[in-house]
Design a protein around this ligand. Structure first.
Ligand code: NAP
Ligand code: MG
Length: 398
């Protein structure tokens, strides 16, 4: 059999623990037999990050900016316990954080829907993708505990010495005070990523804030989205037959619950934090969730939404066969291959990505599953298999 050809390599970011094992199994069992795979390999495993003083993470992000598409394995974010376990020189920062900051990107998360694993919200027929703005707001706030009657003011000082002052509140008694910020630059990057992604997947884009109450702060988000939509995306959206829809956050939540799904929901930082956990648990598990980081210029990095599944890895080290779910990592690969195929005009490769996803969903629907899905899949004759057996069943279907 001739293998499917590639033009431009993917940036391949290897990772840690159980997901590193699964990474190799996915390549060996369902990709390499069919695709003449081209990647530029960066080892983001913790040992190599330590050895290179984390330069490998920076190099991989820079190369992603040049090539346009990356696929990333889950990686350990070190804490005190990992410092001892891996004898680290330094408590290295989260690779995801480093890469996100370098690409200035937004993360889009979307459940993988399978017949038999039904969302708790019965009206949802198609997946809902959440895009969370991961910059500023309450996550970078400044807080003061007020211990008695006081006046609180907001003071802004410009480089030329100009000052602007607003009274926040005349405290009659003790209380609390909070300051938040965001920037036009970050909101613009967020909006660009969202419009690009919605066009890419040809789905409507929803965005919501509380601009009726927050007339300057939240309103700025609304205005930036609308300005970018009107000037750059209106025509493209109309051509693609999709819409941009803005509403208030409470109205959005109510509409999401009544909807069929099948759209992209852009959320401010806090809304995205809360709503993505709701969406994930309402639709199954993190192992059935795709995740992609999209930069404002369209550069994409695909990954799984879960971590390195440490508990399974320790069992693997003891020689046990584990039944870890490879779906999210597999979909990171298919997402990256499909994106690469679209950029390079490779119909065969795009078709392969579609078929591999279809084969993996059908494998689960036929009742061959990993352990985590046992409690979720509503089917009588189901069989829990190891990760390797599961991937082999997918290859057979493929
Ligand atoms: P985790 O790796 O997501 O795993 C938490 C638990 O969720 C697992 O013990 C397992 O439950 C279940 N689970 C997650 N993925 C699964 C899968 N594919 N198949 C089956 N079950 C799955 O989170 P963690 O244990 O909190 O974190 C482990 C390491 O991952 C940490 O060092 C953290 O820094 C890192 N991390 C990396 C990323 C990333 O790179 N994107 C994200 C999050 C965490 P059971 O044990 O009950 O089976
Ligand atoms: Mg959260």
């Amino acid at each position: 059999m001739t293998k499917i050809a590639m033009k431009t390599p993917l940036v391949e970011m290897d990772g840690d623990e159980m997901t590193r094992i699964i990474w190799k199994q996915i390549k060996d069992i369902v990709i390499l037999p069919y695709v003449d795979l081209k990647t530029e390999y960066f080892d983001l495993g913790l040992e190599n990050r330590d050895k290179t003083n984390d330069q490998v993470t920076i190099d991989s992000a820079n190369r992603t900016k040049e090539l346009g598409v990356a696929v990333k394995c889950a990686t350990i974010t070190p804490n005190a316990q990992r410092m001892t376990e891996y004898n680290l020189h330094q408590m290295w920062k989260s690779p995801n954080g480093t890469i996100r900051a370098m690409l200035d990107g937004t993360v889009f998360r979307c459940p993988i829907l399978v017949k038999g694993i039904d969302p708790f919200v019965t009206t949802w027929k198609k997946p809902i993708t959440i895009a969370r703005h991961a910059y500023g707001d309450v996550y970078k706030n400044t807080e003061i505990r007020i211990d008695g009657p006081a006046r609180a003011e907001l003071v802004v000082t410009y480089p030329d010495g100009r000052k602007e002052t607003e009274t926040v509140f005349e405290y009659p008694c003790a209380g609390v005070l909070q300051g938040q910020y965001n920037t036009d630059k970050s909101i613009t990057a967020f909006a660009q990523s969202c419009f690009k992604y919605a066009l890419d997947v040809k789905q409507d884009l929803w965005f919501a804030t509380k601009d009726t109450i927050s007339k300057t702060y939240d309103h700025r988000f609304k205005d930036i989205f609308q300005e970018i939509y009107d000037s750059e995306y209106k025509e493209k959206f109309e051509q693609a037959g999709i819409t941009y829809f803005y509403t208030l956050i409470d109205d959005a939540v109510a509409r999401v619950m009544r909807s069929e799904g099948g759209f992209v929901w852009a959320c401010k930082n806090y809304d995205g934090d809360v709503m993505s956990d709701m969406l994930a648990s309402a639709s199954g598990s993190l192992a059935m969730m795709t995740s992609v980081l999209v930069a404002p210029d369209g550069t994409c990095e695909y990954e799984a939404a879960h971590g390195t599944v440490t508990r399974h890895y320790y069992r693997h080290l003891k020689g046990e066969k584990t039944s870890t779910n490879p779906m999210a990592t597999l979909f990171a690969w298919t997402g990256a291959l499909r994106k690469r195929a679209q950029l390079d005009g490779l119909a065969d490769l795009e078709d392969f990505a579609d078929r591999l996803e279809k084969a993996s969903i059908e494998t689960i629907e036929s009742g061959i599953i990993t352990g985590d899905l046992n409690a979720l899949l509503d089917k009588e004759d189901k069989k829990v298999v190891t990760t390797e057996e599961f991937l082999k069943a997918i290859a057979e279907k493929l």
